[in-house]
Write a protein that binds this ligand. Structure first.
Ligand SMILES: [Zn+2]
Length: 300
């Protein structure tokens, strides 16, 4: 659990228009109405002794998440293939965690390099024989090479300086390279629903959404449109539409919920499970809680 101090109370600037933002919904969240961007003032401890993934030890839970993630990675790779059909592209996977995307992309015939700042996760990935570096992004050490593709899977929203990331992409992406951003959606149903609950002081889902209790919480919530404005400031233009990803499946839902143990946990899980089933038609029709998009550099 994150034992660092909570929000500092300072006002954050919007990374898109650079104006000071207003507090909204909770003491740590800030919103720019003009840009439709959400930011959080939360402490980050990427190099902590463990990793957030270590804190979840339930194998069934991890397995259920992995199945869904592999399926989503296949959607991303299919889209990449349509945009850039050449085989054997070089991919840089930023924040590769335990290498799940790397392994999936290798099966598709791509050459994948990972970069991971968290020591335990880096070690897990290296032990699998994957080509991974222990560093941040942009890396402290010059990589001395460029890539056909740079991808961020659930990573962009964790890094404080989004401008430094996009500058790093400009440095390490080939001229005709593709940047893939896969991240949570501020127009997603769970985001909207959690925000409604938070406004009546039911902060549990809202805090969970921002991963307040983790060493590496979510610091940003973009929409496809607000992310497009930010990317354009670094010459990246979307070459795909907003591609939505399902983050919830009925299959495996019970094991995902069953991380709360004990009798009270069981009771809560039953309510959450039945509630999700009842809401499922609404979930299917609404905007998904994660989206991805492909970007290329604007030619002058
Ligand atoms: Zn703004």
């Amino acid at each position: 659990m994150n034992v660092n101090a909570p929000a500092t109370g300072a006002r954050l600037s919007c990374p898109i228009c650079r104006r000071l933002m207003a507090f909204k919904t909770s003491t740590f969240t800030h919103f720019c109405k003009d840009c439709d961007y959400w930011g959080a003032d939360l402490p980050v401890d990427i190099e902590g002794a463990g990793s957030d993934e270590d804190e979840i030890s339930d194998e069934a839970y991890i397995a259920s998440l992995e199945g869904l993630r592999v399926k989503n990675f296949a959607l991303i790779l299919k889209q990449l293939q349509q945009t850039k059909p050449e085989s054997n592209l070089s991919i840089l996977d930023v924040g590769c965690a335990s290498g799940l995307f790397m392994r999936t992309a290798q099966q598709w015939g791509y050459t994948v390099t990972g970069i991971e700042p968290n020591q335990p996760l880096f070690a897990v990935t290296q032990r699998q024989g994957l080509n991974v570096m222990h560093d941040y992004f942009p890396p402290k050490q010059d990589l001395n090479k460029t890539f056909d593709v740079i991808i961020f899977n659930d990573v962009f929203e964790h890094i404080p300086d989004v401008h430094a990331i996009l500058e790093g992409c400009n440095q390490y992406l080939k001229d005709d390279g593709v940047l893939i951003l896969n991240l949570p959606n501020a127009h997603g149903l769970i985001f909207r629903f959690s925000r409604i609950l938070a406004t009546v002081n039911l902060l549990g889902p809202w805090n969970r959404l921002w991963q307040v209790m983790f060493r590496t919480p979510h610091l940003h919530y973009f929409t496809f449109e607000s992310l497009g404005k930010l990317a354009a400031q670094h010459q990246f233009i979307a070459v795909s539409g907003k591609l939505q990803i399902a983050t919830l499946e009925i299959k495996g839902l019970w094991s995902r919920l069953a991380v709360n143990g004990g009798a009270i946990g069981f009771f809560k899980n039953c309510i959450a499970y039945l509630g999700t089933l009842a809401l499922y038609p609404v979930i299917l029709l609404s905007e998904k809680d994660t989206f991805f998009a492909l970007y290329q550099r604007k030619t002058p």
